[in-house]
Design a binder for this molecule. Structure first.
Ligand code: IMP
Length: 202
């Protein structure tokens, strides 16, 4: 089956290709889709549906979109659907000005802000969530969700993966996602589990 992944995130693409080795997965750009779909919904599933439908309509191909993020219990589910934009949306101007020169890129800034928000909190439990929508040109849709549990470390461990991986200590792996190999992470990750659930339905 040939499908388009509604993402430009190379890490996500690699994970999807590893989990679905028997599918031909094109990136959105490879299928000629260059728009940035605005994530205006307040659920992972809602945002995944927006992206999958937009790509399916534009390309006419079966489209696979994921929306994912981190939910920290002590922060009542933050950063949630704002995981990718956490510091830019919620950090005070002053904090951003002071930390921008110290952090390389958006992900590092988000991790630093998460550590800041968790200062003094003893409960550091958290989980990653992933919602997947597969959209067919005839209007059929399949959806699946996956979660993976752990806690937020007090400092980064490992440099693998992306986003919050170096701060997320996985209950399943007993190490951080930043220390895990790709296959190891995929076997227990929120995205791995959501894609496996989707595979069952297919
Ligand atoms: P999305 O691209 O809108 O789904 O945003 C997902 C954001 O959640 C990413 O930018 C990361 O900050 C975070 N995230 C999602 N999945 C992972 C993961 O597997 N590891 C680390 N961070 C993740």
């Amino acid at each position: 089956m040939k499908l388009v992944a509604a993402t430009g995130n190379q890490h996500k693409l690699r994970e999807m290709r590893e989990i679905f080795p028997d599918f031909e997965i094109l990136s959105a750009a490879e299928a000629g889709f260059f728009e940035d779909v605005e994530e205006t919904e307040n659920t992972f599933l809602g945002n995944a549906r927006l992206k999958a439908r937009a790509v399916m309509r534009a390309t006419g191909l079966i489209s696979l979109a994921d929306d994912s993020g981190l939910a920290v219990d002590a922060l009542l589910g933050e950063p949630g659907v704002y995981s990718a934009r956490y510091s830019s949306m919620f950090a005070p101007e002053e904090w951003l000005r002071a930390h921008m020169p110290l952090c390389e890129g958006k992900d590092a800034l988000n991790r630093a802000f998460l550590l800041e928000r968790l200062k003094g909190k003893t409960d550091r439990s958290a989980h990653f969530c992933c919602a997947i929508v597969l959209c067919f040109p005839d209007g059929r849709e399949l959806t699946a969700e996956g979660r993976t549990f752990g806690h937020i470390l007090t400092e980064e461990r490992g440099t693998n993966g992306f986003g919050y991986d170096p701060l997320f200590f996985s209950d399943d792996l007993q190490k951080s996602f930043g220390e895990a190999g790709e296959a190891e992470k995929n076997a227990v990750s929120h995205r791995g589990r959501a894609l496996a659930a989707l595979r069952e339905q297919l």
